[in-house]
Design a protein around this ligand. Structure first.
Ligand SMILES: NC(=O)C1=CN([C@@H]2O[C@H](COP(=O)(O)OP(=O)(O)OC[C@H]3O[C@@H](n4cnc5c(N)ncnc54)[C@H](OP(=O)(O)O)[C@@H]3O)[C@@H](O)[C@H]2O)[C@H](O)CC1
Ligand SMILES: [K+]
Length: 502
């Protein structure tokens, strides 16, 4: 499923209407009807419903929903913000259809006090004020209407976007509709996966309004959600006659005397995700501690590493930021025909050797959180968070690497500019050590998947699913430990393989 910017959505609409000939009024009819069908199970006959309509096409969708509600005899008031003559185009057409079908409306500017009283009495409010066409802070009278919707006790169902939320996300501080449900038309907009916009959506529902796929292909939208179906169709199949050497001989350079756990967690993540052979390089003082948790691995001292012996290298978790560990990053980068995964303190050192990235033949994957990304790019964390998609993509393309920008919605960017968003996981993962587990999972998958991209995306997806599994069955979001995540990988993998079509 594609994820689009406001401009891409407008271009896709335009293509559907002008090139394919699927008229705007038809798309609007499809949108309103599809939203109504999805909303219906949430409605009760005794509900008092207010549909609130703005002057653009978002309002036009509202007229279609109002007609569907009227046909099913729901108690509905339709409140219109602009004067009648301000409505144009498809919205005007659907207002006409609504009137001729027997519908009536009230204008907020004529009955402002009644609106304020009524909005507090509604049990359901349909927010069809502003959609993708909004720019900047909602102006009067929209701002006041939004404030009264937010103060009401009603369940708020937003059409396409909660009104006032910019479709492209980014920083904003103005008031916007706080929806309980948002019915997003055709495909998610960037706002759904960025802060602070994402918090306004409530439960998101994607509503198919019938725009043909070719419209997306023609616009070359390079951003999409990585779904459960993607995982099920790309999980690796283990050949009956395979042997341990066929599933990756990996070197994990991680851990320090201060952070032995990071090496153990990354190792456990890799071992539980199917790596064939794992060698861990940690300071010798902590071999015993780490090997208690990763008995299946072998160990090599930092001075004796033979980089060429391995199919891939992961480095960084708990490595430490001393000069003595920096040369390991340089060495790993210099062995340019070995795939490399860099995380945590490895990313700290990477900044000094960034030019080596372009010289490599084998792929590099980095897994920064926004703080690490900020350091690598020289931007602030705020700038990264306000432009997650753009900054991650630019870095991936400029350096020819895969960037896994972690967060509530982790964004995976490829060297050729494609982006994939992960929507699994929850706040149980906001804890030290869970990133180390993810590094281990990606590392193991790198050796076993058909493509590096599906390896990365599947690991991120399953890591999130493990957190969801834990909080659904046996844990709260507070008490999940990174080691719980390693222990629950098997049950989640088991469930996925049960459903797999590979
Ligand atoms: N995705 C699809 O394929 C379809 C989407 N549909 C719906 O159409 C809207 C987008 O419609 P559009 O008319 O482009 O935009 P809006 O309805 O969101 O609003 C535009 C009007 O809002 C005014 N505006 C803009 N910013 C503000 C503001 N800050 N305060 C107040 N008013 C604002 C703007 O007026 P300007 O004079 O400022 O330009 C417009 O009048 C999409 O979201 C879907 O709901 C189709 O129905 C079906 C196809
Ligand atoms: K809206």
């Amino acid at each position: 499923m594609h994820i689009v910017s406001r401009e891409e959505m407008q271009a896709i609409d335009h293509y559907a209407i002008e090139t394919i000939g699927l008229q705007g009024a038809i798309l609007m009819e499809n949108a309103g009807r599809a939203i109504f069908q999805k909303l219906l199970p949430l409605l009760k006959k005794e509900d008092r419903i207010g549909v609130i309509i703005g002057k653009g096409n978002n309002g036009g969708d509202g007229f279609v929903i109002a007609r569907c509600l009227m046909e099913k005899s729901f108690q509905t008031d339709v409140w219109v913000v602009p004067a009648k003559k301000e409505l144009t185009g498809d919205a005007q057409s659907h207002m006409g259809i609504y009137f001729r079908a027997g519908g009536t409306v009230r204008f907020i500017q004529d009955e402002h006090n009644t609106f304020l009283k009524k909005v507090n009495e509604y049990t359901v409010v349909i927010d069809a004020l502003l959609g993708t066409g909004v720019h900047g802070e909602p102006r009067s009278p929209y701002l006041g209407v939004i404030q009264s919707v937010n103060q009401s006790q009603a369940m708020v169902a937003a059409v396409d976007l909660p009104s006032g939320v910019p479709a492209n996300g980014g920083q904003f501080t103005h008031e916007a509709v706080q929806a309980d449900h948002t019915y997003t038309l055709q495909c998610p907009k960037l706002a759904m996966y960025t802060k602070p916009a994402a918090a306004y959506f409530g439960t998101s529902h994607i509503v198919d309004i019938g725009i043909p796929n070719i419209a997306f292909r023609e616009q070359e939208v390079l951003r999409r959600l990585w779904t459960r179906e993607d995982v099920l169709t790309s999980l690796p199949k283990r050949e009956a006659f395979s042997h341990k050497g066929a599933h990756g001989k990996g070197l994990l350079i991680a851990g320090s005397t201060e952070m032995p756990g990071a090496a153990a967690l990354a190792a456990k993540g890799a071992l539980r995700s199917g790596i064939g052979l794992l060698t861990i390089s940690t300071p010798e003082e902590i071999w015993t501690a780490v090997s208690t948790h990763a008995v299946e691995a072998t160990y090599v001292s930092r001075d004796d590493i033979q980089f060429d012996h391995y199919d891939g290298i992961a480095l960084g978790p708990g490595l430490g930021r001393e000069k003595s560990t920096a040369h390991l990053v340089k060495k790993a980068l210099s062995h340019d025909d070995i795939p490399l995964l860099i995380d945590a303190d490895g990313l700290f050192h990477l900044k000094s050797y960034i030019k080596l990235l372009k010289k490599r033949q084998a792929p590099v994957v980095i897994t920064p959180h926004p703080g690490e990304m900020a350091r690598l790019t020289g931007l602030t964390i705020k700038e990264i968070e306000n432009n997650r998609f753009q900054t991650a993509k630019a870095f991936a393309v400029n350096h020819g690497i895969y960037v896994v920008l972690k967060g509530k919605y982790t964004v995976i960017s490829t060297p050729d500019g494609n982006q994939f968003v992960n929507d699994t996981g929850n706040a149980a993962l906001a804890k030290g050590g869970t990133g180390d587990v993810l590094t281990g999972m990606i590392f193991a998958f790198m050796f076993q998947h058909q493509s590096l991209l599906s390896a990365i995306c599947n690991a991120v997806h399953l890591h999130g699913m493990v957190a969801e599994h834990l909080t659904l069955h046996s844990h709260s979001k507070l008490d999940v430990l990174a080691s719980d995540v390693t222990q629950a990988i098997p049950v989640v993998l088991h469930n996925f393989y049960r459903d797999t079509v590979c």
